[in-house]
Design a protein around this ligand. Sequence first.
Ligand code: DGT
Ligand code: CA
Ligand code: CA
Ligand code: ZN
Length: 584
Amino acid sequence: MARLLDETAALLEIDAADPFRVRSYRRAAEAVEQQTTPLASLVDDPKQLLAIAGIGKGMAANIVDLERTGSMPLRDELLTKYRPSMLDLLRLPSMGPKTVALLFSALQIENMDQLETAAKEGHLAKLPRFGQKQVDKLLKGIEDHRRNSGRFRIDNAGETADKIAAMLREFPGIETITPAGSLRRGRETVGDLDLLVTGPACEADVVSAAVEYVATLPLIDVLLAKGQNKVSFTLRNGLQVDVRLLPRASYGAALQYFTGSKMHNVSLRQKALKRGYTLSEYALARLNPEEGESSIVAAATEEEIYAALGMQWIAPELRENCGELEAAEAATLPSLITLDDIRGDVHMHTVATDGAFTIREMADAALARGLKYIAITDHSKNLAMTNGLDDYRAQAHVRAIQAVDAEMEGRIRVFAGIEVDILQDGSLDLEDETLAMMDVVVGSVHSAFQMPSDEMTARLLRAIENPYLRILGHPTGRKLLRRDPYVFDMDGVLRRCAELGVAVEHNAAPARADLSDLNLRKAKALGCRISVNTDAHSIDDLAKMRFGITQLRRAWLEPKDVINTLDVDAFLSALRPRPAHVGA
Ligand code: DGT
Ligand code: CA
Ligand code: CA
Ligand code: ZN
């Protein structure tokens, strides 16, 4: 909430609003951040909200809106004029809100990539106060920003963690290396890597040799700090890594602490205090031990620590202080979905469009992964750069898919499908007659991302009214760290999907992760059916399902919430029923 208030302040600034008004949002953000009582419990009682210094009547109303809807009218209004990615530009040196506003109005620049392109192509020279020197400085600023303050996609961070772990394992006496922090919680991006290391070499008396070893790893770019049992460094791509070496005896406490999130830990520590315990990265201990009694209650494993606090063990993906502690106390945590629950993957591409493998190769690879069914969903003609299928080719493709399905002799079902473009007016890119031949019609937006929110909403609503559309593909079109989601009424569209029985896709490709964890939770609350698909363009991409599962878990989803956990027949009947009179 603090971030949203801060974001609103920055947007107001770009909008050249009254500085006092900007400041009031900044102050409210600070006040909100410092609260120790959950705001959810305050919004029902306006008096309590108003009692917070820095929050007046108007701001209290904003906070109630933020709590209830996840946004507020002013922010929504500003976001129809500007884009959240423009806020990143403010972090560049010598870039103020006026310049950001100018870049947008004069050159429609709304993110770092566009700014970089415009600078390199000489477009900035037309603007006042942009000499070559300023442009060069700006380009360097962009480069530095990327290196220093960027977040990293979870798949890239995970690969890096694996690489470092392999090197650490070379050292005799290092046994286990566990990623903690946001990587362990499965956030779609991570700020830095936190690696916990244990083994005999990490026992207090012999730890120094291990620290020296870590500090000389060949992939280190800059060594930031070398402490008694901690080494921090950056890699060449700018990713920071914190390695902590710990004795086995306190491994659980350290793992719990460094997994976070910070807010989860803050709440957990309060609960510990209420029970007369202290919780630190070393142990859960009794506050005032009686004489002769050891004060440590639990330290070696996370399970013991949560159990001693009267809780079920909490999966790391849930540790965001979003109700998981209360659920763990009541023993009502969800039975989260796992990769093993997945039976099918119903969005993937082949050489017919922009995929790299044939239908048969995709089917064999999916079978080898243990899947019971897949759908081949190549692009439609509007996406010309992928050699998208027109009606004639799409119909021939259906027959080719059916032939492979027959070849597979029931070992795996191969459904005929299409990823049909949702055109600008909300119509679909292929004739109903063609769509009627498909088992799985995924409808996706691949063009004109910039339309105003109400037009995009109308476009999506019209698309899902088409009775052949069964799954709404990557519903926000974002590309993580590269392209903002398009703006539309998410609640309205999800609600209509639920009414019509249109499934919404969580795209497991970590470059998309679209729906996000928050939107997934919302989709479930609104009664949507959810489908998680890899959108594979190669056989290796099929392995990306696990990233999708991680986000579903962060959204508290269980197997029953996700239609491709179902067996073939149940899956087909969970999809929106097809129109009765299909052209045979
Ligand atoms: P990131 O790196 O921005 O993606 O997010 P995290 O969650 O990995 O954050 P990081 O690396 O700053 O810290 C790792 C964990 O350490 C964090 O999740 C919880 C714990 N931690 C860090 N600072 C504090 C703190 O001030 N208080 C408490 N209770 N825990 C903290
Ligand atoms: Ca971290
Ligand atoms: Ca860290
Ligand atoms: Zn697509």
